[in-house]
Design a protein around this ligand. Structure first.
Ligand SMILES: *[C@@H]1O[C@H](CO)[C@@H](O)[C@H](O)[C@H]1NC(C)=O
Ligand SMILES: *[C@@H]1O[C@H](CO)[C@@H](O)[C@H](O)[C@H]1NC(C)=O
Length: 215
């Protein structure tokens, strides 16, 4: 009886969170840093990346190719935001020369920050499962468009308790073609080093010879 009551009290106190079967949908907070490895098993691609996100500052950054490519998306720069990309480029005359590209947002296409973690609002709690020795909540979403059915799953923990910011462990997308009855797509992201804080300098693109003819 007291368990039931405790459950009701929890639900009442949590009126502005979104309880799903007694659990609130995991939320990663307004600011975070995370590392990940994107794997596309069919192509044997494994791409490590490092990402930063700052919702209130309207900015994000992602580094990949072993930290050689840096992409900053700054919503509050100029009138409609800007993208700054630093990348090595090999041309006929230079090998792996560091280039600085800038793309200005426009009224029609303003630049917005990009989250490195999915928004789980449409996900549902599926089960508890061990992932690499850690007991995780598994959240799932299924979409269907024509014959293409995609299943998304995210493995998370909540170190401080059920309603505190979540820590991501793994994301998986499996595409299934219901007509051909075959899997046509799959990718996974293994996350690590999640932290709900970042330094604000990390979002400031370095000085450089910025060119605005990004392709
Ligand atoms: C974020 O930046 C975009 C692009 O400039 C802008 O349209 C939007 O209003 C900004 N949002 C906030 C909360 O500042
Ligand atoms: C982008 O904005 C910068 C800074 O305002 C400006 O110097 C540059 O000419 C702009 N680029 C384009 C292609 O409009």
């Amino acid at each position: 009886m007291w368990l039931l009551l405790a459950g009701i009290v929890l639900l009442v106190c949590d009126a502005d969170a979104t309880p799903v079967g007694g659990r609130t949908v995991p939320d990663f907070g307004k600011m975070y840093h995370v590392k990940g490895i994107l794997s596309l098993p069919r192509t044997e691609i494994k791409e490590p990346f490092e990402a930063w996100y700052d919702l209130e500052g309207n900015r994000s950054r992602i580094d990949y190719r072993n930290g050689k490519v840096h992409t900053y998306l700054i919503g509050n720069d100029l009138d409609y935001g800007a993208i700054y990309k630093i990348t090595p480029v090999t041309t006929e005359t230079e090998i792996q020369a560091t280039k600085f590209f800038q793309l200005n947002g426009t009224k029609e296409n303003p630049i917005r920050p990009q989250a490195a973690l999915p928004d789980l609002q449409d996900f549902e709690f599926e089960k508890m499962e061990n992932y690499e020795g850690v007991l995780c909540e598994v959240w799932k979403k299924v979409t269907q468009a024509g014959h293409k059915k995609n299943t998304y799953r995210l493995w998370v923990t909540r170190p401080e308790g059920i309603d505190s910011p979540a820590t991501p462990h793994r994301f998986e997308m499996v595409g299934y073609n219901t007509l051909l009855e075959s899997h046509n797509d799959k990718y996974t992201i293994d996350y690590s080093d999640f932290s709900p804080q970042t330094e604000s300098d990390i979002f400031i693109p370095p000085g450089g010879n910025w060119k605005t003819n990004i392709q």
